[in-house]
Every structure is written in structure tokens, then in C-alpha cells.
Design a protein around this ligand. Structure first.
Ligand code: PLP
Length: 358
């Protein structure tokens, strides 16, 4: 007799619910930190040509020399460091966690932070420790350092800026944590294009540091490309766990072409930043709203009744992220992705109206 999933699939996997992507059909989509801008016509045609000429009958070259060279140049990654490419930085998180997954190994991160760290830790059977942030989402450095001593994590993940709070943790605190960590520290700079700060320039200082980024928030979420830079000793090991052809040829080609015109993306990031500052100012004029300062392409706000504001906005055609799901410190919080000026105008109007209706 053959066994069904309840006999075969792990209990902890069956207890999970699959990651649900909210339907955004016909709505202003401000729930996933995407860049709202398309690429200019000329660049789109250039991409079309590159894709049309791609030898898609062949497997991609995993060393992707043209793309790697472009990334080094645009992102200022020195030749003394190696680069790991991933099918989104999600895959890089997965690869790193699998590489350290000895029985009993610990993955540690601030809490709240990006949810995939704990997810992949669980899949790999590792213990996950979340160190609670202060209520204003700054790092509790003392608690973090104590947690390092107590749990001896194989790997620490830190978002810089932090998702979902949007703030940059203090450089001094992070430097102290990296220096004190007994294992690897991965600084996740998914929001680097909006932050104007980075640990990429500090790789030389810390032998246990890897810096991870993605092109997703920069404007290329659809092609799925993440990368991690660090000393060859680390990257070499991760490379063994990486599926041989994890990043497809079209992603290699398109990313290389778009990065050749990175001034376009940089200009988009600048206007998103300007809009963030404007929206921040407008939100602060509203009564009963707490606005958390952000260096990313989203703003976290606390309202009196987040599920109601979320629903009220949805009825007005604006999709945002309700974070009031029982996570510590995110009580009554909503995350608003920054869109185009017109989208932000609609977002703000929907937000203010939803807030006012009771
Ligand atoms: C969005 C996000 C990622 C995932 O990026 P992908 O490259 O699209 O997989 C990783 N880390 C943080 C903090 C994010 O917010």
C-alpha cells in the first residue's frame, strides 16, 4: 500500500502555509517593494535584441563573465573578493544556510527582519534565534552580543536597511557584532539603492563578513538576480551547494545590459527616495499615525487599527502590506511601498480616508 503525504511529508512542512502572493489585479500595487518604473524604450529594444540572439538551446555559463565584470564595475567589488550569483537573493540565503547546516547549528537574526531567514533555517532543520529589536526598531546591541555568546550562531543575517522597519542599524553596533560573531555574518543589503550606505567597502576589515544584494528592489524583480560578495574562502564553499545552472541565461544577459545603463536605475532610485521623503512628511501630518523613518523604498507606519486601514485601502484600489499578524513590535503596523508620484498620491488619499472611517 502506498503512503499519502501525511505519512511522507515532514510534519513541520505540512503545518506551514505556502507563501501567498496577494492578487493585485487592477490595483495600485504597493505591497512588495517593487520599483514602479519601466525601462526606457531604447533600453527595452536593446534587451529585446540581446534576448533574441541568445543561444537558449545551450545551458548558461555559470561563471557569467560579462555579468560578473559588470557587477564588479558598477557595484565597486574588488577583484580580491568572489561573487556568488543566485536566482534572487532568496536562493543565496538558502545556499548559505544549507552550507552551514550541521546538526545543532544556529541561525541568528534581529526580530523582526526578513522572514526567509527563519524559513530556510527551519527547512534545513536548524535552530533559529530572533533577537528582539528595541520598540523603535534600533538594535539592542547588548542583547545581541549576549545572544552571540549564548547561542554561538553559525551564521547571523542582518538586513541593512532592515525589512520591514526600513531603518539602517548603527554602523558601530554592526561592526561590534561582526567582530564578536563566532561564525559568518551576512549583511543583506537588498535596499542598498535607497540607503546610500553599505558594508561592501568594509569587507577587508572583517574576515567573517559576506555582503548580499539583489537587483529586485532596484527595478529588476522579474528576472530574479541576487549576488553575494566575500572572500574566496567563503564563496568557494557556497558555490559547491549552488545548483549548477541556477541563474538562467536570459537573466545573465538582461542584467548585464541593464547594468550597463545603471544611470537609468540610479535616477529611478533617486526619484523613489525623493518621493519617500515627501510621503514621510505628508504621513507625519496625519493624527494617530506613527511613521518610522526609512532609508528603503517603503515606509512602515503604525495606525490605530491596521487590518481596517488595510481593508479600507484595498477597497479604494490600493494594495499594501498588513504586518499586524502577531509578530512582536509590529502591532498595528502597515508597510507602504513607494510608487510613482501618482501612485503615492492615491496611496496617501486612500490611507487618509481609510484611517478616517470608523
Ligand atoms: C526582498 C528582499 C530579499 C529578496 O530578494 P530577491 O532577490 O528578490 O529574492 C532579500 N532580503 C530582503 C531584506 C528583502 O527585503
Amino acid at each position: 500500500m502506498s503512503a499519502g503525504p501525511e505519512r511522507v511529508i515532514r510534519d513541520d512542512i505540512r503545518a506551514l502555509t505556502a507563501y501567498h502572493v496577494q492578487s493585485a489585479e487592477g490595483m495600485v500595487k504597493l505591497d512588495a517593494m517593487e520599483n514602479p518604473y519601466r525601462l526606457p524604450e531604447g533600453l527595452r529594444r536593446e534587451i529585446g535584441e540581446v534576448v533574441a540572439n541568445a543561444e537558449i538551446n545551450r545551458y548558461p555559463d555559470p561563471t557569467a563573465p560579462a555579468l560578473i565584470q559588470r557587477l564588479r564595475k558598477v557595484m565597486g567589488i574588488g577583484s580580491e573578493y568572489d561573487i556568488l550569483l543566485g536566482n534572487g537573493s532568496d536562493e543565496i540565503i538558502h545556499i548559505i544556510i544549507q552550507s552551514v547546516a550541521r546538526p545543532g547549528a544556529v541561525v541568528l537574526a534581529p526580530r523582526p527582519c526578513f522572514f526567509m531567514f527563519s524559513h530556510y533555517a527551519q527547512f534545513a532543520g536548524l535552530r533559529y534565534v530572533g533577537v528582539l529589536l528595541n520598540p523603535d526598531f534600533t538594535l539592542d546591541t547588548g542583547a545581541f552580543l549576549r545572544a552571540l555568546t549564548e547561542h554561538r550562531p553559525a551564521v547571523v543575517f542582518i538586513d541593512y536597511p532592515n525589512n520591514p522597519s526600513g531603518n539602517l542599524f548603527s554602523d558601530e553596533a554592526l561592526a561590534q557584532i561582526i567582530a564578536a560573531a563566532p561564525g559568518l555574518v551576512v549583511i543583506d543589503e537588498a535596499y542598498h539603492p535607497f540607503a546610500g550606505k553599505s558594508f561592501m567597502t568594509r569587507l577587508a576589515e572583517f574576515p567573517n563578513l559576506v555582503v548580499m544584494r539583489t537587483l529586485s528592489k532596484l527595478g529588476l524583480a522579474g528576472i530574479r538576480l541576487g549576488y553575494a560578495a566575500g572572500r574566496p574562502e567563503w564563496i568557494r564553499e557556497f558555490d559547491k551547494v549552488r545548483p549548477p545552472y541556477n541563474v538562467n541565461m536570459l537573466t545573465h544577459l538582461v542584467a548585464e545590459r541593464v547594468l550597463a545603463h545603471h544611470d537609468v536605475l540610479d535616477a529611478q532610485a533617486r526619484s523613489i527616495n525623493a518621493e519617500r521623503e515627501r510621503l514621510d512628511g505628508e504621513l507625519r501630518k496625519l493624527a494617530r499615525v506613527t511613521v518610522f523613518p526609512s532609508k528603503a523604498n517603503f515606509i512602515l507606519v503604525r495606525v490605530p487599527d491596521a487590518p481596517r486601514v488595510f481593508e479600507g485601502m484595498r477597497r479604494r484600489g490600493v494594495l499594501v502590506k498588513n504586518l499586524h499578524t502577531g509578530m512582536p513590535l509590529l502591532d498595528q503596523c502597515i508597510r507602504l511601498t513607494i510608487g510613482t508620484p501618482e501612485e503615492n498620491r492615491r496611496c496617501l488619499a486612500a490611507f487618509a480616508q481609510a484611517l478616517a472611517e470608523h
